[in-house]
Design a protein around this ligand. Structure first.
Ligand SMILES: Cc1ncc(COP(=O)(O)O)c(C=O)c1O
Length: 384
């Protein structure tokens, strides 16, 4: 029997499994640093607030190229608190692409506003200026652009539309840490950015975490107040009805240890994605298109195929794990159906054809090649 690296298993035919994602190989080399930071945080009792949080907030603001970064408990809260910080709530509508993780829309509802789901571009599966324009009404207060799968939305195209109507753009950058949308990083492209540090994200904590980025001092202060029980400057003065949504000192300290690897890991993700793109160019599998002039970070490597179930079964039988993001678009989820809007052709067709292929920064060239051999075999009647 071959000895496999930790986390790997064997497929039915004895071949090594290609996992959809693997976190341990990313974390193992950092284990001594993680232990040191745990020691520091426990010794200093710097669990909530404190220097580790302040350090990471400053690092993240600097990395994204914004003036302010405010740690919160998760990415969903980051979106909700930005909306509330901007005074958006009951009676307001917020435009959201239907092809996103439900948290984008749930945050809108949590803020008291109404999500208005819109269709996306068939090539990139991202929200477009045309879909925004078609959905704008008298109650529209904001548009949430989701940099889905790690690819920046074309905000420059959307901005003239939103500016004309006095509407804020908020970036959901939960899947796009470090991506560059023409010269500037996501999180700095609009009124505010919302990040998730869920463990599987491009920059993930060892638990939950989130961050709001903005150049707007007043908004940053509002978000900090709302996420800290409505406290003003004095710990005993509560100037708003807030709640508890903070990034733990320990998670902040661990994220600081992981941040130096982010650009290298994103570059590796791009290499792997290019390798997939080249190998699958002549196959019936079509990759989500990349916009010219942007630097995506391939949080997910998503393709579209006919007969998805059979495709995934064939891959699974040969040891290639896959996933789907997202099989049911938000507006078709039972929780959100009441918000409409009925049929959205691009999102709905894509939802039945999407497959996410394995991609993670410690994946090897050999693993991608083997995955591609199996994919090509599964789609062209070759070895199965
Ligand atoms: C696009 C998108 N938005 C929002 C979220 C919510 O982030 P969190 O799980 O940290 O609340 C996620 C991730 O889970 C996401 O992928």
């Amino acid at each position: 029997m071959t000895l496999l690296p930790p986390g790997l298993d064997e497929a039915d035919n004895g071949a090594e499994i290609i996992p959809f994602y693997a976190l341990l190989p990313q974390h193992q080399p950092l284990m001594p640093q993680f232990h040191r930071r745990l020691d520091d945080v426990v010794t200093e009792s710097a669990f909530v607030g404190g220097r580790w949080l302040e350090q990471f907030e400053a690092q993240w603001a600097d990395y994204c190229g914004v003036r302010h970064a405010v740690g919160v408990a998760n990415g969903t809260d980051a979106i909700e608190l930005v909306l509330r910080g901007l005074g958006i709530g009951t009676g307001d509508e917020v435009i959201v692409p239907a092809n996103t993780f439900v948290a984008t829309a749930a945050a809108v509802v949590a803020a008291g506003a109404t999500p208005v789901f819109v269709d996306v571009d068939p090539g990139t599966l991202l929200i477009t200026e045309a879909s925004v324009l078609a959905a704008i009404g008298r109650s529209t207060a904001a548009v949430i652009v989701v940099h889905l799968y790690g690819q920046p939305v074309d905000i420059d195209a959307i901005r003239p539309v939103t500016d004309r109507h006095g509407i804020a753009i908020i970036e959901d950058a939960a899947q796009a840490h470090g991506a560059i949308g023409v010269r500037r990083r996501v999180g700095s492209l609009a009124r505010a950015g919302a990040f998730s540090f869920y463990p599987g994200k491009n920059l993930g904590a060892l638990g939950d975490g989130g961050m709001v980025t903005t150049d707007d001092y007043v908004l940053a202060q509002r978000v900090r107040t709302l996420g800290n029980h409505g406290r003003g400057n004095a710990a005993t003065e509560h100037i708003d009805i807030g709640r508890n949504s903070r990034l733990d000192g320990l998670q902040a300290a661990l994220l600081s240890e992981k941040l130096p690897d982010l650009d290298r890991f994103n570059a590796r993700r791009r290499q792997l994605a290019n390798q997939y793109r080249q190998r699958l160019a002549d196959s019936p599998v079509s990759l989500v298109e990349t916009r010219p002039g942007v630097d995506p970070v391939y949080h997910l490597l998503v393709v579209q195929v006919d007969d998805r179930d059979q495709f995934r079964q064939r891959l699974a039988a040969r040891g290639v794990e896959t996933s789907i993001h997202y099989p049911v678009p938000c507006h078709r989820q039972p929780a959100f159906e009441r918000f409409g809007p009925g049929y959205l052709p691009v999102v709905e067709r894509a939802a039945s054809r999407l497959v996410s292929l394995p991609l993670f920064p410690t994946m090897t060239d050999e693993q991608v090649n083997r995955a591609c051999d199996i994919i090509i075999g599964a789609t062209e009647g070759g070895p199965r």
